[in-house]
Design a protein around this ligand. Structure first.
Ligand SMILES: *Cc1c(COP(=O)(O)O)cnc(C)c1O
Length: 388
């Protein structure tokens, strides 16, 4: 038995602050009464601030994938031509959902570990002179590889092509910069168990008036996800179906915490984590999957020394230090491990993870002098604190 709490360093679910846990223990209330109406109004506004949008936000009781499905059934109709950009597992998932609901999907795959090239998207949309492509699907932060797409440039590359831009920002919202309105994004999906610091179970979908216009013409089957129902009830301060009231308490408190820290500061903190973890891991002599230019601020994918294997490292971290890291998915299984630095994580948590990682690597026979990566991390921390 290892003393102390487990260090949950996954790119979701992420650690939940004690304040949020306590908020969720409040008694459940009538979801059609005035108290819930107040909470719903407050959290809806709070979530809009995180999206940096003035447009519509709906909150669904579902994991992130539920809201991805909501985006598809409300804004894409059977037979619509859709351009899907995939750089990993989650890009593939968004593509599959659209195909399942009848879209004629053309998929562009970029190699896992790389970001999407805006030029290729520009060419594709530029060639579509009759505007047959109705929607573009793209992941902001690809959690399976630790690569962040340059959504702003990709959106700009589309020029004035009228296709709706549907963005999976489940693991990026409140960790990487995203300006829904300024960047002209039409539908943006996110979820609770990543940067929002609450347990799994809530997802968010923001959509602008252009998307709402498309919704009025949409022909896909939908009931639970129907944004028309959602908006009608929201006007009355309610949700169409029973909301998970306790998770709403958690969201309310998490938003208070986020407001206290400030969105800009939150994003800077994640960028500092990225820098610290990447430089320390490089110093240890390990390789990273993503290049510096498009590395994720939410997680770092480390290529394990092949003779050790990623899963053996993860297992030892868990057994000896009670630190939980994510493995690689699908073809990256046992190739990479992923260090989450997303949400309610402190720099000192990461420093101990780096220290533990060095011990495990040395123990498993990797050639490394203990303290090498930690020293680098400390130097970076010192710099951050001097500048603060
Ligand atoms: C976590 C995640 C999702 C949603 O996964 P769920 O398990 O349904 O919450 C979708 N996209 C990305 C990029 C994610 O990181």
């Amino acid at each position: 038995m290892i003393v102390g709490e487990q260090f949950l360093l996954l790119p979701g679910p992420t650690p939940v602050p004690e304040r949020v846990v306590r908020a969720m223990t409040k008694p459940v209330i009538n979801h059609r009464g005035p108290e819930f109406k107040q909470i719903l109004g407050e959290v809806n506004e709070g979530v809009k601030q995180i999206y940096r949008t003035r447009h519509n936000v709906l909150i669904y009781p579902a994991s992130g994938t539920g809201a991805l499905e909501a985006a598809v059934v409300n804004f894409i109709s059977p037979g619509d031509r859709v351009l899907a950009i995939s750089i990993g597992v989650f890009g593939d998932r968004f593509t599959s959902i659209a195909a399942e609901f009848g879209a004629l999907v053309e998929k562009i795959d970029f190699p896992w570990g790389q970001a999407a090239d805006p030029e290729i998207i520009k060419e594709k949309l530029g060639a579509d002179v009759n505007h047959e492509i109705k929607a573009v699907l793209i992941t902001h932060n690809e959690t399976s590889t630790g690569v962040c797409n340059d959504i702003k440039s990709i959106r700009q590359a589309a020029g004035d092509h009228p296709a709706l831009f549907l963005i999976d920002a489940v693991s990026s919202l409140a960790a990487a910069d995203l300006y829904m309105d300024k960047w002209n994004l039409d539908v943006v999906v996110s979820g609770s168990q990543k940067a929002f610091m609450i347990p799994p179970g809530l997802s968010f979908m923001a959509f602008n008036d252009k998307a709402l216009q498309v919704y009025t013409q949409s022909r896909n089957h939908k009931y639970y996800w129907d944004v028309g129902k959602g908006l009608n009830f929201l006007e009355k301060g309610q949700t169409p179906f029973t909301p998970p009231v306790s998770l709403y308490y958690g969201l309310q408190e998490a938003l208070h915490i986020m407001q206290e820290e400030g969105l800009e500061n939150i994003i800077t903190r994640h960028m500092n984590y990225r820098h610290m973890v990447r430089e320390a891991v490089k110093e240890m002599g390990l390789k990273l999957l993503a290049a510096d230019e498009n590395a994720s601020p939410a997680l770092t994918s480390v290529i394990a020394p092949p003779e050790l294997g990623a899963n053996r490292i993860r297992q030892a971290m868990k057994e000896e230090f009670n630190i939980v890291m994510a493995g690689g998915q699908q073809r990256l299984d046992d190739v990479i491990f992923r260090i989450g630095h997303l949400g309610y994580v402190r720099e000192l948590d990461l420093l101990s993870v780096l220290a533990a990682l060095e011990i495990i690597l040395v123990k498993l026979g990797f050639e490394l002098k203990t303290g090498t990566g930690v020293k680098k991390a400390q130097e970076i921390l010192l710099q951050t604190h001097k500048n603060a």
